[in-house]
Design a protein around this ligand. Structure first.
Ligand code: FES
Length: 159
């Protein structure tokens, strides 16, 4: 595994425990998740106990402790979206990708996550694909979106 360069992220933030969330956000941006080795370095350099670093990393949904796929599909399963059928969307990805929410496909192409409310309940059910909001999602539309994302990867490999 390539060594993670934290120098630019930690510059000007060393020994400043209150910078923890900012450092974790930058690390997440850089690596796509929060690798264990990097968290140990962050703990040491900021002077925050490792247990507290993990507590923060686990608390916020924005952070992931596992590598994520190229396509991150987030399904809102809050009450309003659930009433409008988000459970059918979860079943769709389970059947199509053969993974459970929170998991990544073995080829690293898709990660599926569930969240509680994205704050756009009237437009539900909502799915976020790599940061883009998709409203009034149906299992059929989601299936096509996943097929398209998987196809793009294949085209890129063929090129
Ligand atoms: S419950 Fe899904 S956006 Fe609010």
């Amino acid at each position: 595994m390539a060594k993670i360069n934290l120098d630019s992220i930690l510059e000007g933030r060393r020994s400043q425990p209150h910078m923890l969330i900012e450092v974790l956000l930058d690390l997440q941006d850089q690596e796509g998740y929060l690798p264990e080795e990097a968290l140990k370095t962050v703990s040491k350099e900021l002077g925050v106990p490792l247990v507290d670093v993990y507590r923060v990393a686990r608390f916020y949904k924005a952070f992931s402790l596992k590598p994520r796929g190229k396509n991150v599909i987030t399904i809102c399963t809050g009450t309003a979206c659930h009433v409008r059928g988000s459970h059918l969307l979860v079943n769709q990805v389970r059947g199509q990708l053969n993974i459970e929410p929170g998991d990544t496909t073995p080829d690293g192409q898709f990660t599926v996550e569930c969240v509680n409310c994205l704050g756009a309940c009237a437009l539900g059910p909502i799915v976020v694909h790599n940061g883009s909001y998709c409203d009034h999602m149906t299992p059929g539309k989601l299936r096509k979106k996943i097929d398209k994302a998987a196809g793009k990867k294949k085209e890129a490999q063929d090129a």
